[in-house]
Design a binder for this molecule. Structure first.
Ligand SMILES: Cc1cc2nc3c(=O)[nH]c(=O)nc-3n(C[C@H](O)[C@H](O)[C@H](O)COP(=O)(O)O)c2cc1C
Length: 245
């Protein structure tokens, strides 16, 4: 029986121990299908899809996926609570297993539209989006962020962001363990130049043991996954999963 023909009556529960990062122009449905052939259980994420693309674009092209991809999360890019709620409903209709909000992308295009990593400076906007999505759907609503942006990168800033968003019901955070500079670095440089600070993510889990915390950034080997899992709930792998699946 091919993987493609598997019709799952009951979808497997989300196992967050290992996940594959959302990556624009990488984790499209073809890549995800391929990854699922390698791993039956790893949690997959779509590329970031903007709310505008879903509400006003070729929705079917952006959202359609194969049943074998489950468990698969839709990552949204956007900031307007009403749009995010509508898109979360659409995600549920399409059968996604989770809706994730991108609060980590530093590209100029995304900043101009006032979403992505720059939203770390506006935790109330993220919290309002989370609240609206949670009211709209029963799916898990999660947030992927950095540990800080620009000069707003202290431990207190980070905690304020997490607490503000958690207050509206988000209990699952995926943290790319480096800050982003919103000006002066390209998105690629922002994935390489700011140093990784795994300790900050471990410390977050210690402070909030009740939250599910997934760490992301620079993981390239299986032994690193087990090392991180001694401190946090999940490990998200990006480039290594694409370059060396
Ligand atoms: C080509 C490329 C595209 C990316 N696109 C997204 C995206 O759409 N949404 C997102 O949250 N992060 C995106 N990222 C960041 C990754 O999800 C991840 O946070 C980052 O690559 C660090 O993890 P890694 O060191 O395991 O690659 C992208 C990264 C790459 C290399």
């Amino acid at each position: 029986m091919s993987v493609n023909s598997l019709k799952l009556d009951k979808l497997p529960a989300l196992d967050r121990r290992v996940s594959i990062a959302p990556m624009m122009d990488r984790t499209d449905r073809h890549d995800r299908y391929f990854l699922r052939l390698i791993s039956p259980s790893v949690l997959l994420y779509t590329e970031m899809i903007t709310t505008g693309a879903i509400l006003r674009g070729d929705r079917e092209r952006f959202l359609k996926f194969d049943a074998s991809e489950h468990p698969v999360a839709l990552q949204l890019g956007g900031a307007d609570a009403g749009d995010l709620a509508q898109c979360a409903e659409i995600a549920a209709e399409y059968g996604y297993d989770e809706v994730n909000l991108n609060v980590g992308c530093p590209s100029d295009r995304v900043q101009n539209a006032r979403f992505g990593a720059c939203l770390m400076k506006e935790p109330e906007v993220v919290a309002a989006g989370v609240k609206a999505m949670r009211q709209a759907v029963d799916l898990p609503v999660t947030v992927k962020s950095r540990i800080g942006v620009d000069d707003q990168d202290s431990w207190d800033d980070f905690v304020r962001f997490i607490e503000t968003v958690a207050a509206k019901g988000c209990d699952t955070f995926i943290i790319h363990a480096r800050k982003a500079w919103l000006h002066g670095l390209s998105p690629k440089e922002n994935r390489e130049i700011p140093p990784l600070s795994y300790d900050k993510v471990y410390r977050l889990k210690q402070r909030y043991p009740e939250f599910s915390i997934t760490i992301n950034g620079g993981v390239t080997a299986c032994n690193e996954v087990s090392q991180h899992l001694a401190h946090v709930d999940g490990v998200m792998i990006g480039r290594a999963a694409y370059e060396n699946p």
